[in-house]
Write a protein that binds this ligand. Structure first.
Ligand SMILES: Nc1nc2c(ncn2[C@@H]2O[C@@H]3COP(=O)(O)O[C@H]4[C@@H](O)[C@H](n5cnc6c(=O)[nH]c(N)nc65)O[C@@H]4COP(=O)(O)O[C@H]3[C@H]2O)c(=O)[nH]1
Length: 633
């Protein structure tokens, strides 16, 4: 997909190279020419000086000979020039321009009378010669001339040697510079390639990362725009990766990601693009997909993950939630396509995980509804539309009420009571559960104080804690304040946490629970059996009680598996010194079974549905056992 830009970059790089080379050569040429011109002028000046010195010597030595028109003496004076190889001819003239004596080397022509320009001391350069004249003076009066002609061959020879040396140095420097530059370019190219790799590849799995994913998806969509067809996008989130990471450590988490990536690659087609776009999030781009190809790929992915993964010494089971959306059927741009796949993925998670969901407009409507629910929930807090219902918990040993679970309700002015199952997940996602949870704690403690003040005794209350609340650094202080401000003793408060809350951040949660327990607050594991469900694991947490999820209670007696699980949970919890509460007890048959299995406390519609505080007050006033004594063992 990136072949075209790379080829374009290569051509530009090639032309840039040539341009750089041409610039360097031009600069060297200009510098070379300037240096040669400078050298030429220096050599010329030196030659003029040299020939001038010789002309001066001859003119001084020939004064007497010129005065007396002595040709022989003049000739002898000129004879010394034979020692200067550059002087090829010379002559001494009297004041009338008559030659008194002349000198010339082999093959050289005679020097004629100097022209008007040279009659005074001076020189003139020709292409091959330098002609230089000097007056012969006696008592400051000109009595004749000495004229010397020097050959420029030597000058040109030196200039040629200089230029040759310059050229050799220039070529040598260019060669060295070229070698250095090309080596440097190679190093830079390698570094660029590495940086590009790091920018596009996830270092743990070796898969394209989010950045590369966006590029590849954009490219795939542009291909569809040009040539038709469609693109499928699968977003995949590992359901329980965080637990693995928190419990076994990041090293094991990384290994798990690697092996998951390998298995995903094996189950995809060769043209499909698998990317890791976040901690435990993967994306698959399917090009040229048919209507059902996305579902086919999602099914293969879920099937591929079913076998356990060997990570260090552990055998780990991983499930995933997959969201599918198609371009252009579900979205007209990259952002919407990704958002729709994300919406579908969360829908798959909501279905109970280990599932896939295909995007459809109805999902979008649900997301919008959820958003409006979120806005209204914010207002609900301010308008006082939230209230607490309380559901009795009954001891199976004496049938008396041992506590009340506080359950949140939203009394919407238009739609009436809204179930917490509907709005608690929204409150958790938006973070609103933190102020709402604080309000629940304070209201529950206040209610316990009101019952005490009304002479209804010391009531225990249990309150649900969500994962967001356990991450709130002020949680402990808020709980202690709520207890203290209402004069409720910590032993009257029980906090219910689900297994997934516990596993969210094991180390931090163990510390938090230990501090809560030290304060005297009781801790209970809610919905036990639906999550991690490891009794051995629970030993690590300082808890007092487990609550068997109502899905196990629903089909007992009669369902052998549920009977076995319920009995096993009760037996194991007792062996760890924990008490057991059964949730969702609706029938006498369920009660009988649980009683014979040794369950300690029960909660459910059989005894009482959750109800407003005033109705609970009436129940408390009666002080009657909720289970008739006759039903007790
Ligand atoms: N079918 C059936 N159901 C029974 C029976 N007895 C009790 N229930 C229902 O079971 C749920 C028990 O609460 P939960 O497991 O903590 O589950 C709670 C809890 O997880 C959450 N929730 C409620 N209030 C709060 C709150 O204040 N804070 C937080 N974080 N979560 C809350 O919402 C969930 C649902 O609450 P509710 O709708 O009140 O549903 C309650 C209760 O009304 C029965 O015999 N049969």
């Amino acid at each position: 997909m990136s072949a075209q830009p790379v080829a374009g970059q290569g051509r530009i790089g090639h032309w840039m190279n040539l341009a750089n080379l041409a610039t360097a050569v031009a600069a060297l040429l200009v510098a070379g020419v300037l240096l040669i011109v400078f050298q030429f002028l220096s050599l010329r000046n030196a030659m003029v000086e040299d020939v001038s010195v010789q002309a001066r010597i001859i003119s001084e030595n020939s004064v007497a000979a010129v005065l007396f028109h002595d040709s022989r003496a003049s000739g002898e004076t000129l004879a010394v020039l034979s020692a200067s190889p550059s002087i090829e001819a010379a002559a001494i003239f009297d004041v009338n321009g008559t030659v008194l004596a002349s000198y010339q080397r082999e093959d050289a022509s005679k020097v004629s009378t100097p022209g008007p320009g040279l009659i005074e001391d001076g020189h003139r350069f020709g292409l091959r010669h330098l002609l230089l004249a000097r007056r012969v003076e006696a008592e400051k009066r000109g009595i004749g001339h000495v004229v010397l002609r020097a050959n420029l061959t030597q000058l040109y020879g030196r200039l040629g040697a200089y230029a040759g040396m310059m050229l050799a140095v220039a070529i040598g420097s260019l060669g060295i510079a070229y070698l250095l530059v090309s080596r440097m370019r190679k190093v830079i190219k390698r570094a660029e390639a590495h940086l590009d790799y790091l920018a596009h590849i996830d270092s743990i799995t070796g898969l394209p990362n989010r950045h590369a994913f966006n590029e590849r998806l954009a490219f795939a969509l542009s291909r569809v725009d040009q040539h038709g067809g469609s693109v499928g996008l699968l977003l995949l989130d590992l359901d329980n990766f965080k637990i693995v990471n928190d419990t076994l450590g990041h090293h094991s988490g990384d290994i798990l990601l690697k092996v998951v990536a390998r298995r995903l690659l094996e189950c995809l087609r060769s043209g499909d693009v698998l990317c890791r776009i976040g901690g435990d999030e993967f994306a698959v781009i399917l090009e040229s997909v048919g209507a059902s190809d996305g579902e086919g790929a999602a099914e293969r992915i879920l099937a591929a993950l079913t076998a356990p993964f060997d990570v260090d010494v552990h055998e780990i089971y991983v499930t995933a939630s997959v969201g599918i959306s198609r371009y252009p059927a579900d979205a007209r741009d990259l952002e919407t396509l990704t958002r729709n796949a994300d919406t579908a993925m969360y829908q798959a998670k909501g279905k109970g995980k280990n599932a896939y969901e295909k995007f459809h407009p109805e999902l979008d409507r649900r997301v919008r509804n959820r958003l409006s629910l979120e806005t209204n929930l914010r207002k609900a807090m301010e308008r006082g539309e939230l209230l607490l219902y309380y559901q009795p918990q009954v001891s199976l040993h004496d049938g008396r009420l041992v506590g009340l679970e506080a359950l949140l309700r939203w009394n919407h002015p238009e739609t009436g009571l809204i179930s917490p199952a509907e709005f608690i997940p929204v409150a958790e996602d938006s973070g609103m559960i933190v102020p709402i949870g604080r309000w629940v704690l304070r209201t529950a403690c206040r209610q316990v104080a009101l019952w005490r003040e009304a002479g209804l005794g010391t009531i225990n209350v249990s309150v649900n804690l969500s994962v967001r609340q356990t991450r709130d650094p002020h949680l402990l202080r808020d709980i202690l304040d709520a207890l203290h401000d209402n004069g409720v003793s910590p032993g009257q408060l029980e906090l219910e946490i689900t297994e997934s809350v516990l596993m969210d951040n094991v180390k931090v949660n163990v510390e938090l629970l230990e501090r809560l327990q030290t304060e005297g607050i009781r801790l209970s594991i809610d919905d036990f059996g639906t999550g991690y469900s490891s009794m051995a694991y629970l030993k690590r947490f300082p808890i007092d009680q487990v609550k068997i999820d109502r899905t196990f209670v629903r089909d007992i007696p009669g369902n052998g598996d549920d009977e076995a699980i319920t009995s096993a949970i009760i037996a194991m919890a007792h062996s760890l010194g924990l008490s057991v509460v059964a949730e969702g007890v609706e029938t006498a048959a369920q009660l009988d079974f649980l009683r014979s299995a040794g369950c300690d406390v029960m909660q459910g519609y059989y005894f009482a549905e959750p109800r407003p505080a005033e109705q609970v007050s009436a129940l408390l006033t009666r002080r009657m056992p909720l289970v008739e004594r006759s039903e007790m063992p």
